[in-house]
Design a protein around this ligand. Structure first.
Ligand code: C5P
Ligand code: ZN
Length: 480
């Protein structure tokens, strides 16, 4: 369990201020900086926030996005002595690895993952957990990067929408009604105050005021609706069946044009559809909540809805186009945006295929405390984390089991695990469990209480699963 710490938001802000000062003195001293971020939506948002802030200060820097901490370590080992590294959205879970580098220069770590151990000398860390603020659900890596950026220059309030995007990318909209809560609310307030964000309650289909309804439904991946997400034709027939008019005269209607009555009709129709597939109604509940609308973005783009912006960044990151994601997050538009939108469409199609595979009974295995989805080498290992998040948002594992999704990469097996809030409340902390069990089988893992990952040797799958099952059992038996 997380060590309870006194909540000290002021302490968090003042630490951000200190680190901003440190960065300023590095810039003033003409140091070169290397920003290393993670390739998921929160990681790219964090990388873009720090890069944009450094650019504003005319700093000399390079930014790199990496998929695994191993890759970050490699960059750090090879780093020319003249560079100071800044790790964003990563690092706190691997403090001992950082200490083993014994670099003769400081390493700045801006992260929201639970710190594993204490920071070794030379590591300058900003982490919400150290100030009693829960980084798993109330502030993301992008939020932490944003605090430093804002302390560096008030003008960086313009980057607040990216911090909101990062938090949504890390699925921190877990308060009732799919809203961001806790520390994230402060950031939302900044974005609203800066005239960049509007928050409204509605059905959460992507492109609700820009796309024909069936396309909006098919574009929505979170929550994932089996048969509808990624499938426009099915979405169209479901709408016809429910009796919601998709056209008015010659024009496609958009979701925001529907009357309250029609929205209710649509919602109830989806509930019925899910029941017909034997799926819990919880997925439909995930469809109603706060919409975070980035009002300065063109309404026809995938950037207008912050959740969809996060999907776009994620798609860029998971397809080797991280540089494109970062430059869009930093403000590039035009042909770059067109390219990224194409990548997202393609990614959605592949994700829908992967989900169909994952939903098949023959690819599932049930252990006492685990529901295992084995993507083998059919599901791309870069998609497995999204598959795990979506399956978990559908509640397929229930409240008694952990969801574990596996996919084979070239030389290892990538593991993504997800837990329900209920099981976490019973004492299960996936980040710690995966770190421990991965180590037993010669792999490496970590993450948050509700979402964690690992990379393990190819030959150790069975042992890993048995050990994880046993470890979960042990945690659960402690509380009885
Ligand atoms: O990859 P996935 O999305 O399943 O990872 C969930 C969380 O676990 C992420 O926050 C990621 O940074 C963390 N993780 C980790 N070490 C790994 C794999 C994932 O700390 N080897
Ligand atoms: Zn993150």
């Amino acid at each position: 369990m997380t060590l309870e710490r006194f909540r000290d938001e002021r302490g968090l802000l003042s630490r951000a201020g200190e680190i901003a000062e440190r960065i300023r003195s590095l810039i003033d001293g003409d140091s070169k900086l290397l920003v290393i971020c993670h390739v998921d939506a929160d990681g790219l948002s964090s990388g873009a926030i720090i890069s944009a802030a450094l650019l504003r200060e005319n700093a000399r820097f390079v930014t790199r996005a990496v998929g695994e901490f191993e890759d970050a370590l490699r960059h750090l080992r090879d780093l020319p002595a003249s560079y100071i590294p800044i790790l964003v959205d990563m690092g706190s879970g691997y403090l001992s690895e950082l200490s083993s580098l014994s670099l003769s220069r400081p390493i700045i770590v801006l992260d929201h993952h639970e710190p594993m151990g204490s920071a070794p000398e030379g590591v300058v860390q900003l982490n919400p957990h150290l100030h009693g603020v829960n980084g798993s659900e109330e502030v993301s890596g992008a939020g932490i990067a944003y605090l430093v950026a804002k302390a560096l220059n008030e003008e960086n309030i313009l980057l607040s929408p990216l911090a909101v995007t990062g938090a949504l990318g890390d699925l921190q909209d877990r308060a009732d009604g799919r809203s961001l809560h806790g520390f994230n609310e402060r950031i939302v307030e900044d974005a609203v105050k800066a005239g960049l964000l509007k928050v409204e309650e509605d059905l959460l289909f992507y492109g609700r005021s820009s796309k024909p309804i069936h396309i909006a439904m098919a574009s929505t991946m979170n929550p994932f609706i089996v048969g509808i997400s990624g499938n426009e034709a099915n979405a169209y027939s479901l709408l016809t069946e429910i009796g919601v008019k998709v056209r008015e005269d010659d024009k496609w209607r958009v979701l925001s044009e529907l009357s309250e009555g029609e929205k209710r009709q649509l919602y109830n129709g989806i509930l019925k559809y899910l029941a017909s597939l034997g799926l819990p109604p919880s997925t439909a509940r995930e469809l109603i909540g706060k919409v975070y609308e980035l009002i300065m973005e063109e309404s026809w783009t995938y950037l207008r809805d912050a959740r969809e912006f996060a999907s776009l960044l994620n798609a860029c990151g998971k397809t080797g186009n991280e540089w494109l994601g970062i430059s869009i997050a930093m403000g590039s538009r035009g042909v770059m945006l067109e390219e990224a939108q194409r990548i997202l469409e393609d990614y959605r199609r592949r994700l829908a295929e992967a989900m169909e595979y994952a939903m098949r009974d023959e690819n599932r295995q049930e252990l006492k405390n685990l529901l295992v989805i084995d993507g083998g080498s059919v599901i791309d290992d870069r998609l497995i984390s999204s598959v795990a998040s979506m399956m978990s948002s559908m509640g397929v594992q229930g409240d008694k089991r952990i969801l574990v999704a596996l996919a084979q990469s070239e030389d290892s097996i990538k593991v993504s695990a997800r837990a329900s809030r209920k099981i976490v409340e019973r004492g299960v902390d996936l980040g710690k469990l995966l770190a421990g069990v991965a180590e037993i089988v010669g792999g490496r893992g970590g993450g948050h209480d509700v979402a964690a990952g690992a990379s393990i040797p190819k030959t150790r799958k069975a042992l890993f699963l048995l050990e994880l099952d046993r470890a979960v059992e042990e945690e659960l038996s402690k509380v009885g």
